[in-house]
Design a protein around this ligand. Structure first.
Ligand code: ATP
Length: 241
């Protein structure tokens, strides 16, 4: 039996007169790596923000359930306590804090210092570049390193569900590969991942299932490997025909 960790029904979001999300149903089961792909402006980021309650003042309709509980209206720090963490687009690391301090901030919901230290070492194993630079100010890191730090910081809260918004955005091809390697590692550790990505090919290669969004609606959903071979997906999102 599969159990869903996240269930969205009939989600609609309007920014003033702009209906950005027009009635979306989406389900993520425990342990899955799900990707949400689609063109710029399709509404992907808006969905993540609706889940984490980080939308600006706008109309949100529909039902969002996490771990069997409605979560609409909860603040992001309350969600982190419930083990739902998000790495936003643009990363948002604390630039004037060291890498180690950023990671400690990620553990703000915890008070098990020995386990926190052990976790920092664990994630340094996955992100060796961060270990080498642990005393360095986060603002001095490259874009890719900041993305890694933002992911490691989110992981310090022990999430069961990790939301990633465009983690490969603006990064060099080598860094993009590294980020995807880390996403696979995180998923292999049993953490459920909902990944919003522009790089549809890499996202579909990594994911179990996928949702495709166009103009505020889900237009396709299914097995990610099958989607990689779907002629419509190939033409519209993979630059193949
Ligand atoms: P991208 O990859 O460009 O981030 P996306 O699929 O994540 O695209 P959203 O960022 O969710 O799309 O945007 C969906 C629609 O909502 C777009 O038309 C966008 O212009 C609009 N929108 C997003 N944020 C706001 C806002 N704060 N105020 C007004 N309109 C917004």
């Amino acid at each position: 039996m599969t159990t869903n960790i996240l269930k969205i029904e009939g989600l609609k979001v309007a920014y003033g007169g702009i209906q950005a999300v027009k009635g979306v149903d989406l389900e993520v089961n425990k342990g899955e790596l799900i990707t949400l792909i689609g063109a710029n402006g399709a509404g992907k980021t808006t969905i993540l923000k609706a889940i984490t309650g980080t939308l600006p003042d706008c109309r949100v309709e529909g039902h969002i359930e996490y771990a069997g509980q409605p979560i609409k209206g909860l603040h992001s720090f309350e969600l982190v306590r419930k083990k739902l963490a998000m790495v936003p687009e643009g990363r948002g690391v604390f630039t004037r804090m060291s890498i180690r301090e950023n990671l400690l901030m990620g553990a703000f919901t915890r008070d098990d210092q020995a386990a926190i230290d052990a976790d920092i070492e664990k994630w340094f194993g996955v992100f060796p570049r961060l270990k080498e630079r642990s005393a360095q100010m986060a603002g001095t890191l490259s874009g890719g390193e900041q993305q890694m730090l933002a992911m490691a910081r989110a992981l310090m809260s022990h999430p069961e569900l990790l939301l990633l918004d465009e983690p490969s955005m603006g990064l060099s091809p080598i860094m993009v590969e590294k980020i995807f390697e880390v996403i696979r590692t995180v998923s292999a550790q049993g953490i459920t991942v909902l990944l919003v990505e522009q790089n549809a090919k890499l996202a579909l290669q990594a994911a179990n299932r996928a949702y495709v969004m166009e103009s505020g609606l889900v237009t396709m959903q299914g097995d990610a490997q099958q989607m990689l071979n779907d002629p419509k997906v190939k033409e519209a999102y993979l630059g193949e025909s």
